[in-house]
Design a binder for this molecule. Structure first.
Ligand code: B12
Ligand code: SF4
Ligand code: SF4
Length: 339
């Protein structure tokens, strides 16, 4: 007969699939060899201005370098993953310089944090109910999508959801890497799944394709060079030597996933929330120029990279923008188009 705790695991997994997750697995809450890289990554400055990644506990230890620092009660981590891919081209398949590129994850009708957390909360509720039914002692749980003090991808690997690719993304052999992760920390110990084996092999496509050389070495990403960071997280001006590499990217970047052979046959999501909002796939740059200032800065850079002088009047307008990072980027773009 199955032990009560394995019974709970079965209920949790069934609940996750019923809520629309494509993959679910259990990882031990223990530290893994990958955690050892985290302090070095922070010390090297690869987190850029994302200071929250550097949060420390009272002893001065980096919170994200060990779950024991932030959730010493946790025994297992339930990792859920949902596919957000849709049947639309990859950024590497369209090449229209007059249009910008918003990354795949941001096309959805609902913010992914909300769409994923709503499901994770349902799984958490199913877990709590199953434990109560099994007369287990009180259980502590915490659910997170993105914002928890842990490196979610490490737990995704040990939960068997996928391996950490050389582009640092979680890749599943059948589903590819267009996956959002959600995690539930729990004080009860569930039998862990097997870690997913690394299937990158000798491939280095992502490293070669990255236009800003952000993947310094396999599995090592410098956020300061990553277009996803530059277009979404970085405030103020963007270093000039990185602007040409940004091409027409205005929000996020998918290149290191677009070129990954494991995404060649990635299936489309069945979750309706991830259907793209009209206009967001490959949007016109002049339409985007009307948007909020972070985006206007990125649009100005993309216009500079387009080689199309028809953008000069719009860039004149952006050069008069009250936000200095927008006006300065527009001046740079004008100079680039005119040389
Ligand atoms: C900060 C952050 C970013 C930063 C930094 C990215 C990064 N690689 O760290 C920026 C803004 C650049 C970013 C970009 C993106 N992000 Co992000 N991001 C996060 C966040 C909040 C924290 C990640 C973190 O802690 N990074 C710290 C570094 C050290 O971790 P790491 O790069 O994963 O490195 C580990 C491995 O490489 C490992 N390692 C494994 N093997 C080996 C071997 C060797 C030799 C070495 C040295 C290291 C090593 O060591 C490291 C752990 O210490 C997570 C959510 C979370 N709470 O975890 C989402 C998360 C990772 N992001 C996500 C997504 C979707 C994206 C984007 C695709 C969005 C986009 N299209 O623009 C891109 C992908 C870019 C990329 N190639 O990673 C998803 C990833 C899903 C997936 N399938 O992997 C997450 C999990 C959010 C979620 N809940 O779904 N992101
Ligand atoms: S998301 Fe883009 S910029 Fe960042 S590592 Fe991947 S290819 Fe490079
Ligand atoms: S492109 Fe190749 S090396 Fe990069 S993550 Fe995919 S399989 Fe791994």
């Amino acid at each position: 007969m199955a032990s009560p705790i394995n019974h709970v695991k079965e209920i949790v997994k069934r609940a996750a699939l019923a809520c629309g997750f494509d993959l679910v697995g259990i990882a031990p809450a223990a530290d893994a060899p990958e955690h050892e890289n985290f302090p070095e990554w922070i010390a090297a400055g690869h987190a850029g201005e994302m200071k929250y990644l550097e949060a420390r506990d009272e002893q001065g230890g980096l919170k994200r370098s060990s779950l024991a620092r932030v959730a010493p009660w946790a025994r297992s981590v339930i990792v859920c993953a949902i596919n957000y891919n849709t049947e639309n081209p990859y950024s590497t398949q369209v090449n229209d310089a007059d249009r910008g590129w918003i990354s795949r994850y941001a096309w959805s009708r609902e913010d992914y944090h909300d769409a994923v957390l709503r499901r994770v909360k349902q799984v958490e509720a199913a877990l709590r109910e199953a434990v109560r039914d099994e007369s287990e002692p009180a259980v502590t749980t915490r659910s997170y999508v993105d914002t928890g003090p842990l490196v979610e991808r490490i737990y995704a690997k040990y939960a068997g959801v996928g391996w950490i690719g050389k582009n640092t993304c979680i890749i599943n052999q059948k589903k590819g890497s267009w996956l959002f992760l959600g995690v539930i920390l729990t004080s009860i110990e569930l039998a862990p799944d097997l870690p997913a084996p690394d299937r990158c092999g000798t491939c280095t496509r992502c490293i070669e394709a990255c236009p800003t050389d952000a993947i310094l070495a396999p599995y090592q990403l410098d956020s300061n060079r990553c277009i996803a960071y530059l277009t979404i997280e970085k405030r103020g001006s963007i270093a000039e030597d990185l602007r040409a590499g940004m091409g027409r990217h205005v929000f996020g970047c998918d290149i290191c996933q677009d070129v990954c052979p494991w995404n060649r046959k990635a299936p489309a999501s069945t979750a309706p929330e991830f259907n793209p909002r009209p206009g967001l796939v490959n949007p016109a740059l002049d339409w985007l120029a009307e948007m909020r200032s972070g985006l206007r800065r990125n649009v100005a850079i993309a216009m500079g990279n387009s080689g199309d002088r028809e953008f000069l009047p719009l860039l004149d307008k952006l050069a008069a923008d009250e936000d200095e990072s927008v006006s300065e980027s527009a001046r740079w773009a004008k100079a680039k188009l005119l040389t």
